[in-house]
Design a protein around this ligand. Structure first.
Ligand code: AVI
Length: 319
């Protein structure tokens, strides 16, 4: 983590660390091949995701907003006074911003892997909230969650909205919840969770009529080309999204439309027509399953609120 010239912006170098590159290469050589979904979020990928959240088919963002609008006061009461608010995967910071009025944090710490995107958002926030202390952190928090040592150990509310917890495997989600618990300093967690529902609702949310999700998924290949110097041709691949009922998750894949050979300095991989690269899981929970997960990670005083259709839930829990 490097401190940049602008005060209170702590950004990792924009280059992927060598462990990321090794992980990427290993994933491409695996059978079936896989790429970690964190690589979906280069600058264009982050913009595409923001566009996805406005699609009629992509309900989670609107459901979550409805919950905060209808139940915001109850949620704020359950949380109690907030000193600092740590926003995991903050993106454009808009979701947290909507809660500033009810939660009144004194210190806001947005964290996002896409440091450039975050920096733009933070510049805007500084103008709108001159009294709010903002410490932006450009960091990949998927494996470790260490706040920079310059950040004071004040009571923290971790904000993990949008059902991003669902993009982790069950073991990784448990480990992430434990890491957050260890960093709360007596505070708590506010987390958005997508719920199990019929695949007729789930699948179009991940395979929309405008093909924005397809572009989001395919852009991963452009990002990998930039990182690994691979020669993926986006035209040779197609987006696939399906609900795996037994594992309670949406899976996104990229499928080779014909036999493809992908080269990079020092390596290559042949894909046959129809072969897939697994690019993302998005787990869907019942309220009971998520309550159990929070309890097993050490949380207490667990409460949750849902939208009018019962499609999405927001959980608040104390460390
Ligand atoms: C960020 N995350 C919660 C999104 C999801 O719904 O799993 C990512 C996404 N993938 C395709 N569309 C949206």
């Amino acid at each position: 983590v490097l401190a940049h010239a602008a005060p209170e912006f702590l950004a990792r170098s924009s280059q992927a660390p060598s462990s990321d590159l090794l992980e990427l290469r290993d994933g491409l050589l695996d059978h079936p091949a896989h790429i970690d979904p964190k690589f979906l979020y280069d600058s264009l990928g982050s913009s595409l995701f923001t566009a996805i959240t406005q699609l009629p088919e992509y309900y989670p963002t609107r459901c979550e907003a409805e919950i905060f609008e209808r139940h915001g006061n109850d949620i704020a009461r359950h949380i109690g006074p907030v000193q600092s608010m740590v926003d995991l995967g903050a993106g454009d910071c808009v979701k947290a911003e909507r809660l500033f009025a009810s939660l009144r944090p004194r210190h806001y710490l947005p964290i996002d892997i896409s440091a450039d995107y975050l920096q733009t958002a933070v510049r805007r926030l500084r103008l709108s909230y001159p009294d709010l202390r903002v410490t932006a952190i450009g960091q990949d928090f998927s494996h470790a969650l260490a706040l920079p040592s310059s950040v004071a150990a004040e009571q923290r509310l971790f904000f993990y909205p949008g059902s991003s917890i669902g993009n982790l495997s069950p073991d990784d989600a448990h480990a992430m919840l434990q890491r957050i618990h260890a960093q709360c300093e007596g505070g708590g967690l506010l987390v958005g969770v997508d719920r199990v529902k019929p695949k007729q609702i789930l699948e179009p949310a991940y395979d929309d009529a405008l093909h924005l999700t397809a572009a989001f998924n395919l852009n991963l290949l452009r990002h990998v080309n930039a990182l690994l110097d691979t020669d993926f041709n986006v035209d040779h691949w197609r987006h696939v999204a399906l609900f795996n009922t037994s594992r309670s998750r949406i899976e996104m894949h990229l499928e080779a439309q014909r036999a493809v050979r992908v080269n990079w300095p020092g390596g290559e991989r042949a894909f046959s027509a129809g072969e897939r690269i697994h690019t993302e899981n998005s787990y869907k929970f019942t309220p009971q399953a998520f309550t159990d997960l929070l309890q097993s990670a050490g949380y207490r005083d667990i409460a949750h609120w849902s939208d009018s259709r019962g499609w999405f839930s927001v959980f608040s829990a104390r460390a």
